[in-house]
Design a protein around this ligand. Structure first.
Ligand SMILES: [Zn+2]
Length: 212
C-alpha cells in the first residue's frame, strides 16, 4: 500500500511528492524544496517516518520542479531519473533562475533516463510511465494501477492544463497527451498535479474547460 505525501514548495507553489510503502522504501518526485526551511521539512519527514529514499524522479525539469535536486543528491546521493527528451528543459533551468531571480544550485547531471513502458519499482510497489509531452518536450507521468493514481506533473490540473508558452511547449500536443494517455485511464483514477489540488480523470472529463 503506497502512502502519498504532498509538500507545496518554492515561490511557484510546486507540489513535491514522497511515496512510500510498507517496506519504508520511498521515492521523491519533483523535488522543489528551495528555502532552508523547505529542505528541512522534506528531510524531517523522511527521518521521522524512518523512510529510505531509493529514487529521485522528475516528471519534467522546469525550474520549480528541480530546485531541490541538488539537496536530495547531497542528502541521499540520488540523481534524478527523467526522460532524456527533457534535457533541454533542464539545461534551460539556470537561465530561468536568473530571469526569476531565484538561485538554482547546480543540478547534478542525470545518468539514468526512463521512457514510457519502463516500470519504476521501490519496496513492493510499481509505477508505470506514460510519455505526455506538450507542457514540456519530454514530460512523463507516473501511474499506479493498483491504487489508481497518477503523479501527473504539469499536464492536467483541476479544471485547467499546463501552460504551453514556454520553450518546448505545444498546446495541441498537450491536449493530445491528455486525451490519448490520461483519459484512457478509468474515471476513478486520482491525479496529483504539480500545482494545485488533486482531481480525478472522471471529474476533468466532465468539468475541464480546455477539454470539453
Ligand atoms: Zn512545468
Amino acid at each position: 500500500m503506497i502512502t502519498i505525501s504532498a509538500f507545496t514548495f518554492n515561490p511557484f507553489q510546486e507540489n513535491t511528492f514522497i511515496l512510500n510503502d510498507e517496506t519504508n522504501d520511498c521515492i521523491i518526485i519533483d523535488a522543489g524544496c528551495y528555502s532552508s526551511q523547505e529542505k528541512a521539512q522534506l528531510s524531517s519527514y523522511i527521518t521521522e517516518k524512518q523512510l529510505h529514499p531509493k529514487l529521485l524522479l522528475n516528471t519534467h525539469c522546469h525550474i520549480d520542479h528541480v530546485l531541490g535536486n541538488a539537496y536530495v543528491y547531497e542528502q541521499y546521493g540520488l540523481k534524478t531519473q527523467m526522460h532524456k527528451a527533457d534535457l533541454p528543459t533542464l539545461e534551460m533551468a539556470p537561465l530561468s533562475g536568473k530571469m526569476w531571480d531565484i538561485g538554482l544550485e547546480d543540478v547534478p547531471e542525470p545518468e539514468e533516463f526512463i521512457v514510457e513502458g519502463d516500470l519504476i519499482e521501490f519496496g513492493n510497489s510499481k509505477l508505470e510511465i506514460l510519455f505526455t509531452p506538450g507542457h514540456s518536450i519530454g514530460h512523463i507521468v507516473f501511474v499506479n494501477h493498483q491504487q489508481k493514481f497518477v503523479i501527473g506533473g504539469d499536464v492536467l490540473f483541476k479544471q485547467s492544463i499546463g501552460r504551453t508558452d514556454l520553450p518546448g511547449g505545444n498546446h495541441q500536443q498537450l491536449l493530445n497527451s491528455i486525451r490519448t494517455k490520461l483519459f484512457t485511464l478509468d474515471d476513478d483514477y486520482v491525479v496529483y498535479p504539480g500545482h494545485g489540488p488533486e482531481t480525478t480523470i472522471g471529474y476533468e472529463k466532465k468539468h475541464n474547460p480546455f477539454l470539453l
